[in-house]
Design a protein around this ligand. Sequence first.
Ligand code: ZN
Length: 114
Amino acid sequence: MATIVEIIQTKERAVLIGSGFGAWAAERPSLWWGNLDPHKENGFLETVAISDRSGNIQWIKSQDVRVIEIDGIPISQMDISNEISIPVFKTQCSRCKKALTTGNTTCSNCGLEN
Ligand SMILES: [Zn+2]
């Protein structure tokens, strides 16, 4: 039995085979000091591993897929809520986008309580 997902953009179906948490970092030269004081950004990306019928595995952002069915039962027929309203777990500051450390909701960069 499996969890079937649909890729929202293409409507293609795939099997969900796992989930992961990827960290990313980027750096670009600053306007005045160039590479002496580069602008750094980092964050986390929630990803899921999906497989096509040939068994090819791809990692995709979790927001780009939606679950269609689990173990042969369409998700729309399950006795679950239409929307989940609890605050979602945040991995980066909503103001400055700096990655939050695990279990910490206060941004170490700008001080915002996320
Ligand atoms: Zn911040």
